[in-house]
Design a protein around this ligand. Structure first.
Ligand SMILES: Cc1ncc(COP(=O)(O)O)c(C=O)c1O
Length: 387
């Protein structure tokens, strides 16, 4: 298990035009192997991992994920169509999202997805009406907002009452009885997703406890559902990807298992995205210019915030290394060519001296990288390659 893509000679020999994303097939396979092994160690065959396709939708990446036996978590009709085109079985798809279009609901009904994850009573009623209109039957899970602080960046926190996601449990208790009159839906379970890049495992202990508590309350009220979906969010190491290229799947599944006090036969679903794909991707870029502005050295590279949005969107920090030379370190602001001051990948970074033409790698870019890329400033869409 290693980072093959960091071999400098190897990368230089590829001759890819920069900027570009490169995905390491072997490392992806290692991640999937360990994730599925740890998952099966703690959860039985009725349970499943649905890969959160939003993290990386590259068809070859998806092919490996499908081969590993995972289902998919989609958040739009486009993602459902893409997942099916990439060979996933509709029955392995869960469909989340706070604002589903009628056309997307109809698509989900037509192809026969496993379940809709619903975020309001109004949404449930719309799904019921659309299902009734086409003589179909929809399985739904209700997304609970458990008001748990995921202790992550505020822009990727989704499980507190400040966030638009989910339904407060008390509200859900109020409206559950009214679901009895909706004949074209079947409530199969509850869903939770409290945020992304969660590193503090105690957050997951809390989530499992809260979900178990909710299950028991509903059980006492006579509601017996079959599924609980605990979402995704497991974080990866952006600081030392070379020594920790695999996320902490063992601790994650183990802590959830230990803290779930629900009947054994319930199907537990996970929706991991970042932890499966982040480390297998790097972004390659070349240094265009070095310039000095009153003591501040800027290294201007050919990748911009349009190619990797995470630093501009979430103040994310990625490790950046100079692949071309091993010189004495210098300090730079690493910036892109886009006409925005937020087009900055690192501030005051100490890195082996950079020169025009040097190749740099921006690590841990396999998740929420290419999927968020755009053509702002009418720049070319960044390419991706598998190695
Ligand atoms: C509903 C849902 N499930 C799963 C995920 C995947 O999260 P992550 O990539 O952090 O595992 C997300 C992403 O935010 C999400 O919104």
């Amino acid at each position: 298990m290693s980072y093959k893509v960091f071999d400098k000679e190897f990368l230089n020999s590829l001759g890819y035009q920069t900027p570009c994303y490169i995905y390491d097939t072997e490392l992806l396979r290692d991640n999937l192997d360990i994730a599925t092994k740890e998952f099966h160690h703690y959860f039985d065959i009725h349970s499943s991992i649905h890969y959160a396709l939003k993290a990386n939708d590259n068809a070859q990446v998806l092919a490996q994920i499908k081969q590993a036996g995972l289902g998919v978590d989609c958040v739009s009709g486009g993602e459902i169509e893409h997942a099916i085109a990439c060979g996933f079985n509709p029955n392995d798809i869960v469909f989340a999202g706070v604002g589903k279009l009628d056309s997307e609901i109809i698509l989900g009904l037509d192809v026969g997805i496993y379940a809709f994850i619903c975020e309001s009573l109004q949404e449930v009623m719309v799904i019921n009406d659309l299902a009734c209109g086409s003589n179909k039957h929809a399985k739904i899970m209700l997304r609970v907002n458990p008001d748990i602080d995921a202790k992550t960046h505020k822009h990727i926190s989704t499980g507190t009452y400040d966030n638009k996601f989910g339904i407060a449990f008390d509200d859900l208790l109020d409206f559950i009885p009214s679901l009895d009159s909706l004949n074209n839906i079947e409530l199969i379970g509850l869903h939770y997703h409290i945020g992304s890049q969660v590193m503090d495992m105690s957050v997951y202990a809390k989530l499992a406890n809260v979900a178990s508590f909710h299950y028991q309350i509903l059980y006492k009220q006579g509601l017996k559902f079959s599924d609980i979906d605990l979402g995704g969010g497991l974080g990866v190491d952006y600081e030392s990807p070379m020594t920790k290229p695999i996320a902490n799947f063992g601790d994650y599944f183990s802590i959830i298992k230990q803290n779930l006090t629900i009947p054994y036969q319930l199907k537990i679903h996970f929706e991991l995205g970042r932890s499966l794909v982040a480390q297998c991707g790097i972004m390659l870029s070349k240094v265009l210019y070095i310039k000095n502005t009153v003591g501040t050295k800027f290294a201007i590279i050919d990748a911009g915030m349009n190619d990797l949005m995470r630093p501009a969107l979430y103040e994310a920090k990625h490790l950046i290394i100079n692949l071309s030379t091993q010189n004495i370190n210098e300090t730079y602001h690493i910036v892109g060519p886009v006409c925005e001051s937020t087009d900055i990948f690192a501030k005051n970074l100490s890195i082996s001296e950079l020169r025009r033409g040097d190749m740099v790698a921006i690590l841990t870019s396999g998740a929420y990288g290419r999927v968020l890329a755009n053509q702002y400033n009418r720049r070319a869409m960044i390419k991706e390659y598998m190695v």
